[in-house]
Design a protein around this ligand. Sequence first.
Ligand code: NDP
Length: 269
Amino acid sequence: MGTAILEGLLGATANESSPRISRFLVSTKSASSASQIKSKFQNDEHRLSVLHDQNQQVMKKADIVLLGFKPHMAESILGQPGVKEALAGKLVISVLGGKTTQVLADYISQGSESSEKPTVVRAMPNMAARIRKSMTIIEKSPDLTPELQDILVWIFETVGGVKMLEEDLFDVGSMLVGSSMAILSVGLDGILDGSVMEGIKRSDALEMAAQSMLGMAELFRQGEDPAHFRESVASPRGSTIHGIVTAEMAGVRGTYAQAMLNGVKKLKS
Ligand SMILES: NC(=O)C1=CN([C@@H]2O[C@H](COP(=O)(O)OP(=O)(O)OC[C@H]3O[C@@H](n4cnc5c(N)ncnc54)[C@H](OP(=O)(O)O)[C@@H]3O)[C@@H](O)[C@H]2O)C=CC1
């Protein structure tokens, strides 16, 4: 995810004479990941430094720090002595699933007694950031000055769309933008299975389904209502209404709703 965001930012600032972010620093755990990132962005080596196992040096040098490691690593990384000083007064953006800003701030303050705090904010992009088609939610926060909010939104707009959400909606928002497409892909597999059973090659079926989904997504984005869409394509006695009723009889709608509720419960646990 960090690499996808980096790619968006490098692309967005490539041809600007005075870009909003002029230098990028990356710290990975392993030398092999660092070398992969270096090689992927070799054309940007004049403004990108990729180090490994040097979190604190990178945190100290940066004005804005984006946390992109796995959530379970947060306490051991942020609780290191010296991290609090390195992050003092800075904007710290977390894309870690399920970790509240309070929890992250507590991990950071464990490290030492220093009093100046960072501004910790949460954002949740999705994997389509890789192709700059993410939908990212950002948690609203009273700690965000207009200047910080502006740069925060700009960062995630380099990899797609952005929506600000209240803190109490952040978990369901995370399920919506981060997980619901993966859940929907289970239904898509059923559609592919049916197509293969009727004779279409799976790769062809996926190509056709993906293009159909793109078109449908654009209609929804432009304001088409899903129920109206279904009704408009379901002719009397037709195949579409047979398919829709089959899916409804299997409880697909309720199952997806429950999947969202279960995911939110897990995020809150
Ligand atoms: N994948 C997704 O769809 C989404 C993921 N996220 C969030 O993004 C975060 C990362 O997920 P993802 O990108 O999939 O994971 P990856 O495993 O691809 O990336 C994790 C990165 O963290 C680095 N890392 C590991 N340990 C440390 C350490 N001690 N110090 C510094 N860096 C370290 C890894 O380096 P190395 O490779 O050297 O170990 C790697 O570069 C997660 O918190 C996840 O919740 C958010 C939205 C969507």
